[in-house]
Design a protein around this ligand. Structure first.
Ligand SMILES: Cc1ncc(COP(=O)(O)O)c(C=O)c1O
Length: 475
């Protein structure tokens, strides 16, 4: 396969490639593979981008084209796409013990070490760790643990979960129900009962004219209190939140929001569950997003960066207070009716343990802060661009919201698919980003260089100009 070393002269991705020109991989993909989170009808016409190899911060497609992966895949390949230590850890573990389970008091040496290593970096007191395989499973487990905890504490009526508009918490029945994104519900008959929707904390979009950020936060907190009073605190188990909302559009909450939310929840014995699946393991410039935003969750769910995305593994970390209540109850019930065949899988655990070791050696949160400062400084130069409404993020994650009218903050008509046009224009330049509607997300691996950050931002600016000029030309 020819290897194209430069990522500059790549051929633009073809949106409607004739079937006969597609590779056998692409044809099989269209015929036999039902994709995740994809327009399936469009996929039949458009076909897949088939990635076959990783190389540092780059991925390489079947035609040898190289792309700088500005999203770490799906916010997860924190150490890039060719880390040899992670590969070696997987190989060593497959050779030593490829599978064992954690039911009925069974364990393995690596999962125990991984649990200890996680407990040493999390900000929860006397923490305990439960393992699963995907972010969604961790979210489902975390909600079940909240229910179990309240039942064990004599409050079985505490069942409802407060979740925010635009939240994303996965695709299983509970994860999708918690989502504040209509596409996760339409045609599935979701959400299930007991999910109570609350405000998305996005000042730029929902702050009112003349309202300060502090006044907006007051309003959010009053609304939260009103919802709790309406529903009855004795029926609410938990509040779930991503510190920065990822798939909803990289939404950063207003200053002081989480501290005040936490105060309200504590008054009502409502657990605070942090979805750290995107933010955890350094992304926001601290080990966990809750530390960047000043709150102390009762439990948190982690995945993605936990293994740098190399193998599926996720976990729920809970405070010692919750763990002891659960432990005592399970003793009374002579068992704990929860867990998965692959919970604590030794190969996944070995890779995650190695990833955690590498994060510590590279002094991860500081690296993310330094690279993030460069990213945000470069993005700052684009604030005056006519299509740029808001640039947001902290640490090595950013969202750029594109608008039709900058002064009025008026969004584009969704049919225009401006965000998707920018994504295509960047891909044609060898840069993979993600557009969530008209928000462009950047979440590169921690191994990205300063020069690559500059290349990513310069590519974004060129793509914006190209789409903007097309808009003007089309009137
Ligand atoms: C914040 C958040 N929570 C949960 C999930 C679900 O994770 P998974 O796709 O591994 O089930 C995701 C996935 O992108 C996520 O971004």
């Amino acid at each position: 396969m020819p290897r194209q070393e430069s990522n500059r002269d790549v051929i633009p991705p073809d949106s409607e490639t004739p079937r006969a020109q597609l590779s056998s991989f692409a044809q099989a993909d269209i015929e036999y593979h039902l994709h995740s989170q994809t327009n399936l009808a469009q996929h039949r016409r458009r076909g897949p981008l088939v990635i076959v190899r990783g190389d540092g911060a780059y991925v390489v497609d079947e035609a040898g084209r190289r792309y700088l992966e500005c999203m770490s895949g799906l916010w997860c390949a924190s150490l890039g796409f060719s880390n040899e230590r992670l590969a070696a850890a997987a190989k060593r573990q497959i050779d030593a013990l490829p599978y064992y389970h954690t039911f009925n008091h069974r364990s393995n040496d690596v999962v125990s070490k991984l649990a200890e290593a996680i407990v040493r970096v999390v900000p929860l007191k006397s923490a305990r760790v439960f393992f699963a395989n995907s972010g969604s499973e961790a979210i489902d487990s975390m909600v079940k643990f909240a229910w179990y905890f309240h039942t064990a504490s004599g409050n079985p009526r505490k069942r409802k979960v407060l979740s925010r508009e635009k939240a994303f918490h996965g695709s299983t029945v509970m994860g999708a129900s918690l989502a504040g994104l209509p596409a996760m519900h339409a045609s599935f008959g979701l959400p299930i009962e007991g999910i109570v929707r609350i405000d998305c904390p996005h000042f730029y979009r929902y702050g009112e004219i003349g309202e300060s950020e502090a006044e907006y936060t007051d309003r959010l907190i009053n609304n939260l209190q009103t919802v709790i009073d309406r529903e009855g605190a004795d029926t609410i188990a938990a509040f779930i939140a991503e510190p920065i909302m990822g798939a909803g559009g990289v939404i950063v909450p207003p200053v002081g929001y989480f501290e005040r939310v936490q105060q309200v929840l504590r008054q009502h014995d409502i657990l605070l569950l942090s979805d750290e699946i995107v933010c955890g393991f350094g992304r926001t410039g601290t080990w966990f997003g809750c530390q960047s935003f000043g709150f102390e969750p009762d439990m948190m769910a982690c995945a993605k960066g936990l293994s740098s995305g190399y193998v599926p593994i996720s976990c729920v970390v809970m405070s010692g207070d919750i763990a002891s209540v659960i432990e005592v109850r399970s003793g009374l019930e002579r068992g704990f009716g929860h867990g998965f065949t692959y919970s604590g899988h030794p190969v996944a655990a070995a890779v995650a343990l190695e990833a955690l070791t590498i994060y510590q050696e590279m002094e991860l949160p500081a690296v993310a802060r330094r690279l993030g400062a460069r990213l945000h400084e470069r993005l700052d130069g684009m604030r005056s661009h006519p299509m740029v409404g808001e640039i947001r993020g902290t640490g090595l994650i950013a969202g750029i919201e594109l608008v039709a009218d900058k002064a009025a903050r008026r969004p584009f008509v969704s049919d225009e698919e401006v965000g998707a046009q920018v994504e295509q224009a960047m891909r044609a330049r060898g840069l993979i980003i993600r557009n969530m509607g008209d928000v462009i997300a950047l979440c590169p691996p921690y191994i990205i260089s300063d020069a690559q950050i500059d290349e990513m931002v310069a590519g974004l600016e060129t793509a914006l100009n190209e789409v903007h000029n097309r808009q003007i030309a089309n009137g």
